[in-house]
Design a protein around this ligand. Structure first.
Ligand code: PEP
Length: 250
C-alpha cells in the first residue's frame, strides 16, 4: 500500500522565531490527527532547529534543495552529507522555481537525485508542464521527458526512496488549480509511464503528490482521486489552520 503524504514547501519564508512558532503550533494541532506522513520543508538556516522542535513528533523535515557534489569549492551551497549530519533525510528536488529561476536542468537534477540517493535520502522529485505546454496539448510529453531525463536512470531498488510531486507550473502560487480530473488524468499517466519503464509494482507503490494551489477548500476533492496520494503545499503550508485543514482532508 502506498503512503499518503502531505508536504509543506515553505520556500523563502519564515525566520527562525517564526519557524519555531509555526512548528510548535503544527505539532500540537496535528498530533494523532492523521495516518498520513507529514513533511515540512523550511529554509536551510532553520532546518536544524526544525529537527529539534519536531524531535518528539511524527512530522519530518525536508530540505528544499541541495548541491550534487560531495563537497568542495561551491560557495553558498549545501551538500547531502551536511543535511544528513543534522538528521535531514529528505530533499525536494526539481521544484519549478529552481528550474525557472536557477536554471536547473533535467541533467543537473539527475545528478542531484544520484547524490541524494547515494546518501540514502528520500527525494521528493517535482516536475510539471507550463501553461503553453498544456495549451498546445504537449503536457503529457513534457512530463514524460522530465521523468525520463531526470529520474528514470535510477535502479528499481531506489524507487523506495522516491516520492513524486506533479506540479503544473501554471497552478503554482497562482490560485488556479488543476481540476481533480486533470490531476487524476496526469497521475494515472505518470503511473503508466513508470510501469512501462520499470514495472507495475513500482508504479503502484510510488506515492504521487499533487501540487499547485491546494487549499483547504479544494484539497478533499483532489485527494479523493485514486492516483493522488497527497499534496505538496506551498502558500497554504505557512498557516497552521490551513495546513492542518489540508492534512485533515487526506
Ligand atoms: C509549491 O510551491 O510547491 C506549491 C504547490 O505552491 P502553492 O501551493 O502556493 O501553489
Amino acid at each position: 500500500m502506498r503512503k499518503k503524504i502531505v508536504a509543506g514547501n515553505w520556500k523563502m519564508n519564515k525566520n527562525l522565531a517564526e519557524t519555531k512558532a509555526l512548528l510548535s503550533e503544527l505539532k500540537t494541532k496535528l498530533t494523532g490527527s492523521t495516518d498520513a506522513e507529514i513533511i515540512v520543508a523550511p529554509t536551510f538556516t532553520n532546518l536544524h532547529s526544525a529537527i529539534e522542535v519536531l524531535e518528539d513528533s511524527a512530522i519530518t523535515v525536508a530540505a528544499q534543495n541541495m548541491h550534487q557534489a560531495k563537497n568542495g569549492a561551491f560557495t553558498g551551497e549545501i551538500s547531502a552529507d551536511m543535511l544528513k549530519s543534522i538528521e535531514v533525510k529528505t530533499v525536494i528536488l526539481g521544484h519549478s522555481e529552481r528550474r525557472a529561476y536557477f536554471g536547473e536542468t533535467d541533467k543537473l537534477l539527475a545528478e542531484k537525485v544520484n547524490a541524494a540517493l547515494e546518501h540514502n535520502m528520500t527525494v521528493i522529485f517535482c516536475f510539471g508542464e507550463e501553461l503553453q505546454d498544456r495549451k498546445s496539448n504537449n503536457h503529457f510529453s513534457v512530463v514524460e521527458n522530465q521523468l525520463k531525463n531526470g529520474l528514470f536512470h535510477i535502479s528499481s531498488g531506489d524507487w523506495k526512496n522516491v516520492i513524486l510531486a506533479y506540479e503544473p507550473v501554471w497552478a503554482i502560487g497562482t490560485g488556479e488549480t488543476a481540476s481533480p480530473e486533470q490531476a487524476q488524468e496526469m497521475h494515472a499517466f505518470i503511473r503508466k509511464t513508470i510501469s512501462e519503464a520499470y514495472d507495475q509494482q513500482i508504479a503502484d507503490e510510488v506515492s504521487i503528490l499533487y501540487g499547485g494551489s491546494v487549499k483547504p477548500n479544494n484539497a478533499e476533492e483532489i485527494f479523493a482521486k485514486s492516483d493522488v496520494d497527497g499534496g505538496l503545499i506551498g502558500g497554504a503550508a505557512l498557516d497552521t489552520e490551513s495546513f492542518a485543514a489540508i492534512v485533515e482532508a487526506i
